[in-house]
Unconditional design. Sequence first.
Length: 122
Amino acid sequence: MVASSKGVAAPPPVRHDLELYEQLAEHVEALAPDVTRRRMFGSPALCVGRKMAVCVFGDAMGMRVPQPLAAEALESGRALPFQPHGKSRMREWVMITGGEDAIEPNSDLILAAVDYARANNV
């Protein structure tokens, strides 16, 4: 842990896989041209409006999908809970590992995250 300016231990910096981010962005932008590239919470992310759909955290992809879809992906072992920096589990957030090879097989989850961000962008 690294000390922050408030004297509280901050998590060590995470090195995000920018090659994965580039491949993910190209894949998603081809299917959803309204997605924009941004940084959210220190991670390279793809957003719809002000809502983050998917990000690259380290060498994995984190995304917010409807809770039933998240539960199904977790139960099947297709995804892991997305808990950046060891934070508490978030019920709609999942993490996909496997790098660039995981983009295409998980395209349905990625696009569900884009649709969810679009629907919740009020």
